[in-house]
Each structure stands twice: as structure tokens, then as C-alpha cells.
Write a protein that binds this ligand. Structure first.
Ligand SMILES: Nc1ncnc2c1ncn2[C@@H]1O[C@H](COP(=O)(O)OP(=O)(O)O)[C@@H](O)[C@H]1O
Ligand SMILES: [Mg+2]
Length: 464
């Protein structure tokens, strides 16, 4: 029963209440569920009036969790003294009635076990623990699980995600979130600490594919979300970064690019993305997003005007606005141009470009099916040269991660993130942030030397 180092870390990190969010990535059978249940029992005893919810990805796994919890209580007379009931009675009943999913302690703290397969709505959780998180649907997490903590005061709220990294979903996102406290170990550590048997793991290695072994025993995410993913998961860590890591000197921003993705008929969002070329570092940086819903084209144009007007950078003189004109953006483009005729800025020049992703590629027409593919291709080349920094938010990170390119008839094209792909839907929202970002890059990456001329010939330019 000696806890391993990572099990101690699990117990301390939950018990200390120092972290709002903890993500635990470990090999299978390493003692994840066991460790987290130990933490729950300790936490419950010392924290009155809390509602602890443990969620397992499957119903049968949920039963395991309750068994672990009860086992910890049953092994310690001291722990039992905090329970309202006679533990022996519960253990006996468990033999016959295997449905116990709820415990209440004398200190009014409750422990509830739920399964992601069952009903989750209507429960509240101050400490929420999600086991095998990689196996749980993104939508279930975002809509049902996160909601359980909605009414809990921030200082009492703790979210713990535990998993083997066998899929790229919200677990990956949360694991790499800058505010998340991470715990991880590979099979070697688990073997060294007596949790896994060396020969057993070697035997598994023979029977599993390299990818499977990597996920199940190395406890590493596969380098790509899928074989068509454009960016590698490790690579993302490097260029999709929090604001603090961007080194922005506001006085250096003299020219800014704005990308505008306009909401279509559905309930998606209109997103403005702001970026600039940092000449000192020779880096292209996306530094800000704005998101709007339920605006008509004129309202979007007005908002765009206001947003540009309000930009705080003192030395800003040139603003290049790129608007997606494949759908509703056509109207915004027209309205915004009209607005710029009516109200001019005194000391800022605004250039407005329309971008249609379906147009022919210009510079890489041999291998890119259209302008959008070409733009992504260019972006990829700059990422390789380490010249890109993208401001990280949950949406931007997920959408960049889910960018996929495919080849058809010898040419590359960008795969729509909403299309079901190899049986797996990668994202449940349209990639508004990524698209908007791409239009922003459209301004920055299309040739440094004679950009405006190039635009004039390739896309048609209006200047004010
Ligand atoms: N510290 C420990 N001492 C003794 N047995 C343990 C310990 N940690 C885990 N185990 C046992 O190891 C097995 C796997 O643990 P479990 O938590 O279910 O693994 P995982 O959730 O990582 O797949 C279980 O039988 C569990 O009882
Ligand atoms: Mg487990």
C-alpha cells in the first residue's frame, strides 16, 4: 500500500487546495484511480460542507471508484469515525446491492460517483474529479461537467482530470493550459515504484503497436491529433502561447493587421483577430481577439470601426483589415468600406482587403488548391522558422490544433473542422478563431516587399 511518488503528488495537490485545476497523465494500471480516491477520502474528512463528484467514463468504472473509496474508509477506524454510518454495514450491502453511489460524512460533505454514460445534469460539485478524461466526449465535458461547478465560488472550486492520453480531446487542452498543475510519469517510473511489472510491460510492448504503447505506457500524447493534422501537438506548445510570453512592446506597433471572420447563418461567432509584425524580433504575433454574436452586417462593420478606433497603441499609423467575403462577410466588406468613406481617421490609414479562401492560389499554385490552403501553407513555413506567436485561449488553441490539410489530385486543401473525419468529429464549433487568424495572417504574410501591389493584382485593394 506504499503510495508511489506521483500518487503522493496527486494527494498533496488536491488536498492543498492550491490549484484550481489539476491534470494527471499516467500509464494504464499505474494507480491513477486508486490515488485519486485516496485523495478524495482525505479531502472529504478535512473539508466540511463540500460536494465532491467523481465521474468515470463508464458505468462499470464508476463502481470501481466507489469500491476504492469504501476500501479506504474500511481500512481506517479513524477515517470511519467521520462517516455517518457503520462502514461494515455498507461493505456487506455492497456485496449484494452494487449500486451505492453516494456517501455523506458527518461534516456534511458528500461524495457522489457518476458515470459519463449516465445523467450528469443537476449535480453540483466543488471538487470535481473526472477519470479517463480522454475517453469522454468534448461536448459532454463542456456542457455538462463544467456546468456542475458553475455556481461554486471560485475559491472552493477544484477540477481534477485524470487519464491515459489515448486521444486528443479536452484533456489534452486542459493538460497544456498554462494554469493547470500537471502530474505525469511514464511506465519506467511506475515500474521503479512497484506499481507496474517490468516483464508485463515488455510483453505488452510486443503486442501493442508503437502508437498504442506510446499512449498507454509512455503516457504521451501522439504527436498528431490525427494523421492529417497540420501542426504537431508538441509544436503547438511552442507557438500558441500566453500573452506574457509574447514580449510585446506597444510602442513598436506601428502597423497592425486585423482579420475578420463573419458569423454565417448558424449561431457561430464573428471574430476579429489583431496581429502585427514585430520588426525587432522578426516575428508575426497574434495579440488580441474580439468575439461578437448576433450582429447583422452593418453592426459588425460599426463594431469593427469602434474596435479599430479604440486601439490603444500610440504609434499606430497603418491598419490592414482583411475581411472574409465568402459569405455574410461580403455585406460587412461593403458596409465597412462605406463607413470609411463617411468617417475617416485623422492619423491612421486603414486599408481594407477582401479575402476569398476559394480563390486561386497565387504563389504556391502548383501545390495549393486555393488561396486558403496557400495561406495555411505559408503560415506553416513561418512556424517552422519559429517566426509565429499566437495568443493562446482555449478556443484558439483547440482550433489551431484541429487544423487539417489533405491532398486531392496533387493539391493541398484545408479540411473543414466540422466535417466528420475518419469517424471522429474533431471539433463541435466552427473554427471562427482560426479562420479570423488566418485572414489576419493574410495581411502579414503576403510578401514583405511590395505587399500592397501584390494585393492589388491578386485580390483587389481599396485604400482610404
Ligand atoms: N499504492 C498502491 N498500493 C497498493 N495497490 C495499489 C496502489 N496503487 C494502485 N494499486 C492497485 O493497482 C491496481 C491498478 O490501480 P488503478 O488505480 O485502478 O489503476 P489506473 O486507474 O491507473 O488504471 C489496482 O488493483 C489497485 O488496487
Ligand atoms: Mg483507472
Amino acid at each position: 500500500m506504499e503510495p508511489s511518488s506521483y500518487q503522493k503528488d496527486i494527494v498533496y495537490s488536491i488536498f492543498s487546495k492550491k490549484h484550481k485545476e489539476i491534470a494527471i497523465k499516467l500509464p494504464t494500471q499505474a494507480g491513477k484511480t486508486f490515488g485519486v480516491c485516496a485523495a478524495v477520502v482525505l479531502y472529504a474528512i478535512f473539508n466540511p460542507n463540500e460536494s465532491i463528484v467523481l465521474i468515470s467514463h463508464r458505468k462499470d468504472q464508476a463502481k470501481y471508484m466507489m469500491n476504492y473509496v469504501l476500501e479506504f474508509f474500511s481500512r481506517s477506524k479513524w477515517a470511519q469515525s467521520f462517516l455517518n454510518y457503520d462502514i461494515k454495514g455498507i461493505m456487506d450491502r455492497l456485496q449484494t446491492e452494487r449500486t451505492k453511489t453516494f456517501l455523506r460524512l458527518k461534516n456534511k460533505t458528500t461524495i457522489r460517483i457518476l458515470s459519463a454514460e449516465g445523467q450528469l445534469l443537476g449535480y453540483k460539485a466543488s471538487l470535481l474529479i473526472v477519470d479517463e478524461a480522454a475517453m469522454i466526449d468534448d461536448v459532454v465535458f463542456r456542457t455538462e461537467m463544467v456546468r456542475m461547478q458553475g455556481s461554486v465560488k471560485s475559491r472552493n472550486r477544484v477540477l481534477v482530470l485524470i487519464s491515459t492520453p489515448q486521444r486528443i480531446n479536452f484533456f489534452h487542452e486542459e493538460y497544456y493550459h498554462p494554469d493547470t498543475y500537471r502530474i505525469t510519469a511514464d511506465w519506467q517510473t511506475a515500474v521503479a515504484e512497484g506499481r507496474l511489472d517490468h516483464d508485463f510491460v515488455m510483453d505488452r510492448k510486443k503486442k501493442l503497436t508503437a502508437d498504442e504503447f506510446m499512449m498507454w505506457y509512455e503516457a504521451e500524447f501522439l504527436p498528431k491529433a490525427d494523421k492529417y493534422a497540420f501542426f504537431e501537438t508538441q509544436e503547438l506548445e511552442h507557438f500558441v502561447v500566453p500573452y506574457e510570453k509574447m514580449d510585446i512592446i506597444e510602442g513598436n506597433i506601428e502597423e497592425l493587421a486585423v482579420g475578420v471572420d463573419v458569423a454565417g447563418e448558424g449561431n457561430d461567432r464573428t471574430v476579429f483577430t489583431f496581429g502585427y509584425h514585430d520588426k525587432k524580433e522578426d516575428m508575426y504575433k497574434i495579440i488580441k481577439y474580439e468575439e461578437y454574436t448576433k450582429l447583422n452586417t452593418l453592426q459588425v462593420a460599426n463594431q469593427l470601426y469602434k474596435s479599430i478606433y479604440r486601439l490603444p497603441y500610440n504609434n499606430l499609423r497603418i491598419i490592414n483589415v482583411s475581411i472574409d467575403t465568402s459569405g455574410m462577410g461580403e455585406g460587412v466588406y461593403a458596409d465597412f468600406n462605406q463607413l470609411m468613406v463617411d468617417k475617416k481617421f485623422t492619423n491612421r490609414d486603414v486599408y481594407v482587403y477582401n479575402f476569398k479562401g476559394s480563390r486561386r492560389a497565387v504563389t504556391f499554385s502548383d501545390n495549393c488548391a486555393n488561396a486558403k490552403a496557400e495561406l495555411l501553407y505559408k503560415l506553416g513555413r513561418e512556424v517552422e522558422k519559429d517566426k509565429i506567436r499566437i495568443l493562446r485561449t482555449r478556443d484558439s488553441f483547440r482550433e489551431v490544433r484541429n487544423v487539417r490539410m489533405r491532398e486531392s489530385k496533387g493539391k493541398l486543401y484545408v479540411v473543414d473542422q466540422n466535417v466528420k473525419f475518419d469517424g471522429m468529429r474533431m471539433s463541435d464549433k466552427s473554427p471562427d478563431y482560426f479562420d479570423s487568424m488566418l485572414y489576419c495572417f493574410n495581411n502579414m504574410l503576403t510578401g514583405q516587399v511590395d505587399r500592397r501591389k501584390l494585393f492589388k493584382s491578386a485580390y483587389g485593394v481599396d485604400t482610404w
